[in-house]
Design a protein around this ligand. Sequence first.
Ligand SMILES: [Zn+2]
Length: 365
Amino acid sequence: MGIIKLLFGFLFLIFAVAFTYYNLHMTEVKFYNFSLKLPMFIFFFLSVGIGFSIPTAYFLLREKALKKREEKILQLLNFFWRDYLGKAFDLLRKFLLIEEFMPFYIRTKKEFGESLDVQLDLYNKGIAETALAELTFRKDLDEARILLENALGKNQKNQRARKMLRSIYMVLEDYDKAEELQRQILKEIEKERKVEEQRVLASILAEKYSRENEEVILKELWSLPVSKTSGALLSSMVNGGEVFEAAFNLGILPEVIKIMEERNLLQPELLNLIENNYRSAVPDYVLYYVYLKLNMKEKLKELNVTLPELKLVKDKSPELLELVDIWECEECGKEYNKYTSVCRNCLGVNTLKIKRVEEYDNRPL
Ligand SMILES: [Zn+2]
């Protein structure tokens, strides 16, 4: 073997000398305005050398990094197996630099019942914390609120975080903070979505008014586009008319009427107004519900007796109350037995709609 190697080395040397001899002439190397005269053989060896060494170095480094990551993962699993939870989470936190580890981290933390006190090292902390908050939301409103407040502290323009936080404030009935956030959202939103967000503001203000009774709020509500909640409130304040008209045009009149009833805002005069002018726009089952709640037995008899609800109601049993259970979120499909302006499942605002009566046909008695 030694002789073969020696022979190869010798041949290579002869080749190199011959190559150098035949390539002694100069060649010009140009790069923009810069030019350099080099012997041809030096130029050749340089380009081959650089051409090889760069990819080789790259692959070597990459392999090393992969090995390191692999070691970390093994170490991490070992910690988990041995129940060194604290250490494992510390290590896991380092992995958050690799974004794919986020959901894993969150899930594991949740599974072990640990709180999500994360000091994220990610480049975009705001977005990361929004994601965390979204996952936290269903189980712990307060934790989600804190994460989102942090996210907004770091990135004021994180619209997604703002909207989530606004909805959380609404659920927590902190309408002042919800209002403040919604006004910020409105300031920066594109034109096409403006009306929708103004309706959200109207819902917040309507909730706030039912608590604080301030005339200023009512004044502003009038200038905003009608939402289901604000529609119900305004109708009760101004004897319906104009607001019913707006709600009718928006196709949310049945919802407005039901909310009015649920919040005890429906007066006999308003009921007359509905019956005389909007009877055709309000489905029987909504009226049925209203009469039922107002205990208007005579009116109930006037309604179409073939209504599926009537099949449900045997005599005046408590099952009657089942009828109330018909709000459904248009976004996520969650059902509620009472109107709420925020869906607690998907955080959508004004997304609750009255569930269509046909869907009750197949309900078991
Ligand atoms: Zn929903």
